[in-house]
Design a protein around this ligand. Structure first.
Ligand code: UT7
Length: 325
């Protein structure tokens, strides 16, 4: 008995910001951002917008495509580090926004690996026989945590949410396995001290730098490549799946150069890797489910294909899921 993703959905804030627009606000260029990261534009939160609303929109799309009523859900798991509150959790707010009550709803905080972690947790609980239908969401708004005067981080992040509906079923299809890793020793490669202090791009008040996201980019770059290669090999090995049988990798979209380096090390051609970092930037826990939704929509994923999701982010955390679609 395993768990299978039966539908996906995504949503973003309204405001689209191009590299050219950022170049008018800070000392950067479209050329630098495009060549160093692959990013051309991103969607960012404006004041008055709610990430919970955006996650609810992505969730409703996935539920509708799955033919599952929200009232049929047994639990909600959200990968996020962007709750407006220290508590309650983002998942509890989303549960209420979807008009639900009493079903368990909880967050998994693993930064950019949040969705890969949440999917693994969801799959385990379904295998244990606890739940029949689950909503798994990745939602983040890291643009609200950057210092818009710090070009080394402000150009990288975008906001959004992706959602999947999972059902428990006796089938060879579904999640074949997941592997998760973390290393707290590297906590200071990417962190934000006070997530309660939030500002959107259009806010008058500027964030003070001590409260903004801090990142040691080049060091993180090298570890991201190594760890995503390693975890991808291990999750495939454990499922006895040769890497060449993977039809598509849907990786965390932090940087096109990281994605390409991981694919090259795994010996997989560009046709086997889905990328959309050019249009979204790094949406943290939302990046994998947004990319998965677009890959499904673009018919890059077919029934019975072997699909791998992988990610690395603050924590450090990293992980991979192997799925027979
Ligand atoms: O999602 C979690 C995982 N996240 C990651 O894995 C991110 C990993 N790291 C990266 O993606 C890259 O390290 C960055 C995109 C963050 C930075 O790229 P880089 O090629 O490692 O650049 P760098 O930090 O070594 O900076 C190179 C130069 C520096 O100038 P000097 O010292 O060589 O004169 C920076 O000041 O580029 C400069 N720079 C910029 N220039 C224009 C840094 N940011 C910018 C910018 N525009 N936005």
């Amino acid at each position: 008995m395993g768990s299978r993703i039966v539908a996906t959905g995504r949503a973003t804030p309204r405001t689209r910001v191009t590299n050219h627009e950022l170049a008018r606000r800070m000392d950067t260029t479209d050329e630098w951002v495009r060549t160093r990261t692959g990013i051309e534009q991103r969607y960012v939160m404006s004041s008055g917008e709610s990430l919970v609303d955006i996650a609810a929109e992505a969730s409703r799309t996935a539920l509708q495509r799955a033919g599952v009523a929200a009232s049929q859900l047994d639990a909600i798991v959200v990968g996020t580090v962007s709750s407006d509150f220290g508590f309650p959790s983002f998942a509890c707010q989303l549960q209420h926004r979807l008009g639900l009550d009493t079903i368990p709803a909880f967050d998994v905080a693993a930064a950019c690996s949040g969705f890969v972690y949440a999917l693994s947790v969801a799959d385990s609980t379904m295998r244990a026989g606890d739940y029949e239908r689950l909503l798994v969401v990745g939602a983040d708004a890291l643009s609200t945590m950057v210092d818009w005067n710090d070009r080394s981080t402000a150009v990288l992040f975008g906001d959004g949410a992706g959602a999947v509906v999972m059902v428990r079923e006796p089938s060879d299809r579904g999640v074949l396995g997941s592997l998760l890793r973390s290393s707290g020793a590297y906590w200071d490669l990417l962190y934000v001290r006070n997530r309660g202090v939030r500002t959107t791009i259009d806010a008058e008040a500027r964030r003070v730098n001590e409260d903004a996201i801090r990142m040691k980019g080049p060091e993180l770059f090298k570890i991201a490549v190594r760890s995503m290669e390693d975890i991808s090999r291990k999750v495939a090995e454990r499922a006895a799946v040769p890497l060449e049988e993977i039809a598509l990798i849907v990786p965390h979209q932090a940087n096109l150069r990281i994605i390409n380096a991981v694919a090259e090390r795994l010996g997989l051609g560009a046709d086997k890797v889905f990328t959309n970092v050019n249009r979204y930037g790094n949406t943290s826990a939302a990046s994998v489910p947004i990319a998965l939704d677009e890959a499904v929509e673009a018919r890059r994923i077919h029934d019975n294909d072997l699909i791998m999701l992988n990610a690395c982010g603050g924590g450090l955390t990293w992980g991979a899921n192997l799925i027979r679609w």
